[in-house]
Design a protein around this ligand. Structure first.
Ligand code: HEC
Length: 100
């Protein structure tokens, strides 16, 4: 029975990770390039995302995902955002736009 409980915990944990809808989790991996508060030019080339409006951020992210937006290094962002649903993109965009 103990084993079963452990397996259940692991499965629930994995599922909640996959369906993570909290902004902090969704943006954790962005910090390495964009800075913890999105105040850096990622890899020296992106715009500073901090200060952008939520709609602009969501549009850029959806565009990267669809392959319809971006500059010379858009492939980098496509890889970052490809696994995000539109809903997760909206959550991320609102969160970043609200950063002080
Ligand atoms: C490996 C480095 C890297 C990571 C990690 C990364 N980005 Fe980027 N990001 C870039 C680069 C490089 C660009 C500019 C790409 C281009 O269009 O040429 C960019 C562009 C952007 C832009 C558009 C800004 C503009 O220039 O118009 C947004 C918004 C953005 N990233 C958000 C995010 C979010 C949200 C995450 C985390 C889910 C993330 N990025 C993770 C490197 C990264």
């Amino acid at each position: 029975m103990k084993k079963l409980a452990l397996v259940t915990v692991l499965i629930v944990g994995a599922l909640s990770l996959m369906a993570a809808n909290d902004a902090k989790t969704l943006t954790a991996k962005c910090a390495g390039c964009h800075g913890a508060d999105f105040g850096k030019k990622a890899l020296g080339v992106s715009k500073v995302v901090k200060g952008m409006k939520a709609e602009e951020i969501a549009k850029a992210l959806k565009g990267y995902k669809a392959g319809t937006f971006g500059g010379a290094m858009k492939g980098v962002m496509k890889g970052q955002i490809a696994g995000y649903s539109d809903k997760q993109i909206e959550i991320v965009a609102k969160y970043i736009a609200g950063l002080k």
